[in-house]
Every structure is written in structure tokens, then in C-alpha cells.
Design a protein around this ligand. Structure first.
Ligand code: IMP
Ligand code: MG
Length: 209
């Protein structure tokens, strides 16, 4: 027999309330890790749209291929292309350099997923979340350069200058930041919190000693 309508509605409402509780708890959970907000959402958005304007000007008539370095670069890429007003394509590659739980690069970079498109003769712009030691970017650059792109340049949202071990050329930089472990806006803390709209600094006491 069909349930009376009000019972169905009550069940749906309970489900909704439960979902809100779980979601709300999930969003608030970052508080326990956040030392300070380094770059608030408005500041990030302003800079991303500025970068998009420069890229649009520099690549007019070149149909660039924007290569997002997963996973960290995904939020940055998505916001960036919303503001790029010239024809362009996107592609993805994934590399790994930080183990789960690590706060420092292991130094060993490996490719997990390669590009779908052939980049020979294309104007390629790498879109990275953060350049730290420079090892990841150095590895990707050396992997892609021999494939014969017409140009190969780099756009990084964050640049931890003090940490550089390998010299890498950055063509577009969102922000130079201090040597702190950051998360949010695509950057993870043990795979969590990539969805935060701001860039936050991890509490000092949570860094491994
Ligand atoms: P690099 O090879 O040392 O330059 O490290 C680059 C990669 O490490 C970045 O693409 C990030 O995925 C990750 N990474 C470096 N610093 C941070 C950080 O402060 N928070 C989160 N991830 C980071
Ligand atoms: Mg990255």
C-alpha cells in the first residue's frame, strides 16, 4: 500500500536535515587545521582574473592548450578559463610528488596520467597550483619539451620562492608566498579541503617535527 503523502514528505525532510548536518560538519572541519587565512577568496579571484587577462592578451590568435597539473591545479584552471576570452583548449596530466600525510615533497616525481592530446606545434601553458622545490615542474617540463610544442610556458598560482632547489622559469605567478604549508583552493591537506575558496596556512603545531 502507498504511504500517506505526509510520511514521505517527513522522510525526505529528515534526509535533508541529516545531509545538512554532515555537510555543515565537513565544511567546519578545516577550522581545526587553519592557522590563518593567507589569501582570502576575493583576493584570489581578483588575481586569477588579472592573470587570465594577461594570458588572453599574450596568446591572442594562438589557440593555446592549457595543461592542468592534477590534482592541485584543478580549481585554479577552472576559475582561470572562466575569464580567458580567447579560443583555447584544455588537457590534464597527473603527477605525484607528495605522499599522503607528507608536508614536504619527497623529491621523487612520477607520472600517473599523461596528456590526451599531441602537443607538437601547440602553444602549451602549464597550469600549476604551487611551485615549491621546483622538482615537479622541472620533471614535467623535461617530459613535455621533447614533444615539440611551439612554446611551453608556466602559470603558477603560488610560488614558494625560498624553497626552490631547482631553478625553473615561471611566466605567470599569482602570488609569491612564504615558506609555510598551505591548503585550500585546490591544494590539499592529506587529500582534504581542496574545495575551500581561500588559501590557508596550516597551524604550526600540526607540522611534523
Ligand atoms: P615541488 O615539486 O616541491 O615544487 O612541489 C610541488 C607540488 O607539491 C605542488 O604541485 C603541490 O601539489 C605540492 N605542494 C607543495 N607545497 C605545498 C603546500 O604548501 N600545500 C599543499 N601542497 C603542496
Ligand atoms: Mg601540483
Amino acid at each position: 500500500m502507498a504511504e500517506p503523502f505526509n510520511l514521505c514528505a517527513l522522510r525526505a525532510l529528515c534526509g535533508e536535515i541529516l545531509w545538512l548536518c554532515v555537510e555543515g560538519g565537513g565544511m567546519a572541519a578545516y577550522d581545526a587545521y587553519l592557522g590563518e587565512v593567507l589569501l582570502d577568496a576575493a583576493t584570489v579571484q581578483r588575481r586569477v582574473s588579472e592573470l587570465a587577462r594577461h594570458i588572453s592578451d599574450d596568446y591572442r590568435d594562438r589557440k593555446p592548450l592549457l595543461v592542468c597539473v592534477l590534482k592541485g591545479g584543478i580549481v585554479f584552471l577552472v576559475d582561470l578559463i572562466k575569464h580567458i576570452d580567447i579560443p583555447h583548449a584544455i588537457d590534464f596530466m597527473a603527477v605525484s610528488s607528495y605522499g599522503a600525510g607528507a608536508r614536504e615533497s619527497t623529491g621523487a616525481v612520477r607520472i600517473i596520467m599523461d596528456l590526451e592530446q599531441d602537443i607538437a606545434g601547440r602553444h602549451v601553458l602549464l597550469v600549476e597550483d604551487i611551485v615549491d622545490s621546483g622538482r615537479t615542474l622541472h620533471y614535467i617540463y623535461n617530459l613535455l619539451k621533447p614533444r615539440g610544442p611551439a612554446s611551453l610556458r608556466v602559470c603558477a598560482l603560488l610560488n614558494k620562492v625560498e624553497r626552490r632547489e631547482i631553478d625553473v622559469a615561471l611566466d605567470y605567478v599569482g602570488f609569491d608566498i612564504p615558506n609555510k604549508f598551505v591548503f585550500g583552493y585546490g591544494l590539499d591537506l592529506d587529500e582534504l579541503f581542496r574545495n575551500l575558496p581561500f588559501v590557508g596556512v596550516l597551524k604550526d603545531e600540526l607540522l611534523p617535527t
